[in-house]
Design a binder for this molecule. Sequence first.
Ligand code: PLP
Length: 408
Amino acid sequence: MQLIDGKYRFDGGIDPLDLCKTYGTPLYVYDAAIMRRQYERLTQAFPYPKLHIHYACKALTNLAVMRLFRQWGAGLDCVSIEEVQLGLLAGFPAADILYTPNFAGADEYEEAVRLGVKINIDALPMLENWGLHHRDVPVCIRINPHLMAGGNEKISVGHIDSKFGISIHQLPHVLRVVESQGLRIEGLHMHTGSDILDVDVFLRGAEILFEAARKFPDLQYIDLGSGFKVPYKTDDIETDVEELGEKLSRRFTEFCAEYGRELTLMFEPGKFLVSEAGYLFARCTLVKQTTSTVFVGLNTGLNHLIRPMFYGSYHKIINVTEPQFKPRIYTVVGNICETDTFGVDRRIPEVVEGDILCFYNAGAYGWMMASNYNSRPRPAEVLLLDGKAHLIRRRESLEDLTRNQIAV
Ligand SMILES: *Cc1c(COP(=O)(O)O)cnc(C)c1O
């Protein structure tokens, strides 16, 4: 979205205020061109030829979005059997789907085997039982390399106390299980968490996986997960994917030469691919001045965008209706009966009741983490594709809120 002659416009001249009028607010809008740009940027950053990007679809699981990534050649990373089923619905071949759950029950793994997707095992007990029924089904193993990485405690999943993956320190045990049961290990995987700022963290993680990989002769791929940080503010730091692509491709090529086979190098970003493509538009319901603070209240809240409250994440906020007014300092809050503060002391062009405000970086973990808390319906979703706006999910209604309830 760009400010052109004092008015915000999407590519093709689409007026966001028109979208808000047509589809109502709050409204999620996704720009396919930005998703495409991010996907291309990542694939072009790696000179290594056997690269496969799997879109971590939990970030934004709308079928229309998944279909785009399939068209562009991506695979899919799924963390639940329902995501797998949605991925198949979106047209991904089973072989392009990696099922990477955590604490999923044996029944879910059974279903994944039946559906024929790639399976990532992230716990020793699951591996120990694998040979009983599925000795012939090759699997990937999720290793926890215990790198302390990630923007904060809540999104860092590689540290020593993390519930994710099989500890690298348990590798001897893994090898005994694999050998005694004759399992075929086709992949090794790590995912250390979000917001890794330092390319060397990836490289250290890769070295740990290479070291482990030497002990598994049947590998087809190594998946280094995600954790690519995107910018949230002007001049914000982000993961240097070009530097990563250069350095890692070189190192991966060397490793494969030593291993004796050209393996597929996989990544599974969510946020990197869709965060910047998404915008949440909401209407100002009220401006309230207290003794010390001016609150801008919106017709949305933590029920629709919980990341600021959950992770302390920063989302740029603009006034779409009046971009030219003199800025004032606001605390922007939601309408939920909780303290749902989106941003404190934000400089935003003067806001009056009825103005449309917009949150940036709302593509990843925005709609997907939305709830019906306070019995408010979840927003509609619109996809901008080739200069046209497409409604890809209707706004919920009262009927949706009562659909599964049973009167007694
Ligand atoms: C969530 C998740 C991802 C994506 O993480 P982002 O920070 O959104 O890129 C990748 N892999 C696994 C296993 C995940 O759980």
